[in-house]
Write a protein that binds this ligand. Structure first.
Ligand code: ADP
Ligand code: MG
Length: 334
């Protein structure tokens, strides 16, 4: 399929992210409905062509748990990525409508994400790098699929400075400058699952009013080439904690993530500090198997945290595979 912008008719907007927007479009020559993601990239033409080449790997990704890829093209100054459209949208939008998501549905989400991650890594050696509810999509057939994985190294580099908004699902070892591994995705999955089960970002109630930002700098490892591990690289200006104007700016920066709770606002810095230094969040009041699974995703030491593939054998995941919840029926309720 040779995709050109002129052949795509815009139907409506599906959402907005940090790097651009996503639109529902019709490919007029074929009548095919797709989602078109427009990514604004400030890069030289050669780099953009390189990104486009790297994105072609997605043509080879075929899994029931991965969004299908229809093609990508340059449309100055943007890169457009056309993919399967999921009519029920992403799980963040869903829980904001429905409230806390049934734990058996959350179990199906965990299973789907682990299957998708295992496929990406085992078959293509791809690490997702951006697991969060807005990158887990759902459709009215009851399918759960992941999108926006890190196929293109050049694309990852080019959008590194829009990184702040998604840093909050980041594992403690990543915050401290360790390279990405599949286990970092497992941490992000754990945080995402709690968010779905509670219908709120898990860190939003663990705020303290007197967090000392200087502590965080002590926990960050020395800068290492090619990894985002200094405050400057995170694009975070030093914050004056009691300056309301600055607090407002911080709030805007963290758009899409609920960093407020109990009338207090946690800056990105305070959040990163919290993730590194405090015990991981936990589910409580849910079936024990689910709670234990989330605990194992959120082991702070990546050496003891399991890989997605190992977690497919976890007892809650094994249960979730055959649990009787009907996702198609559930999809019809919102
Ligand atoms: P983010 O994932 O950070 O929210 P994106 O630009 O990746 O930002 O996506 C913006 C929104 O568009 C997502 O939150 C999601 O709800 C929606 N979206 C993205 N891709 C699709 C898709 N293939 N089908 C349906 N909705 C999508
Ligand atoms: Mg996304």
């Amino acid at each position: 399929l040779d995709l050109r912008n002129e052949d795509l008719r815009e139907i409506r907007e599906l959402g907005q992210g940090n790097g651009g927007s996503v639109k529902l479009v019709e490919h007029v020559p074929t009548g095919k409905i797709m989602a078109k993601k427009i990514v604004l990239i400030d890069a030289k033409p050669a780099v953009r062509k390189q990104i486009l080449r790297e994105l072609q790997i997605m043509h080879d990704c075929h899994s029931n748990y991965i969004i299908s890829f229809w093609g990508a093209f340059l449309s100055d100054p943007n890169i457009c990525i056309c993919m399967e459209a999921m009519d029920k949208g992403s799980l963040d939008g869903i829980y904001k409508k429905t409230g806390p998501i049934n734990i058996d549905v959350v179990g199906k989400v965990a299973l789907a994400v682990l299957e998708g991650l295992t496929y990406l890594y085992d078959v293509h050696r791809i690490i997702h790098r951006d697991i969060k509810p807005s990158n887990i999509l759902f459709n009215s057939a009851g399918e759960i699929k992941i999108c926006d994985f890190g196929v293109s190294g050049e694309l990852i580099n080019s959008i590194a400075d829009t990184f702040v908004g998604t840093s909050t699902y980041m594992s403690p070892e990543r915050i401290q400058g360790a390279p990405y591994t599949v286990k970092s995705d497992v941490w992000s999955l754990g945080i995402s699952l709690i968010e779905l089960a509670l219908a709120r970002f898990p860190f939003s109630e663990s705020l303290s009013d007197d967090s000392d930002l200087s502590d965080l700098e002590g926990t960050l490892s020395p800068a290492r080439p090619g990894s985002i591990n200094s405050l400057a690289a995170l694009g975070i200006p030093p914050r004056k904690p009691k300056d309301p104007a600055q607090a407002k700016k911080d709030k805007r920066k963290s758009k899409g993530v609920s960093l407020q709770g109990g009338g207090m606002t946690m800056s990105i810095l305070e959040l990163l500090q919290h993730i590194v230094n405090e015990p991981a969040p936990r589910l409580s009041g849910f079936p024990e198997q689910a709670e234990r699974f989330v605990d194992s995703c959120l082991l702070k030491d990546p050496d003891v945290r399991k890989t997605p593939k190992d977690l497919l054998n976890d007892e809650w995941i094994v249960y979730s595979r055959t649990s009787p919840i009907d996702l198609e029926a559930w999809a019809a309720t919102f």
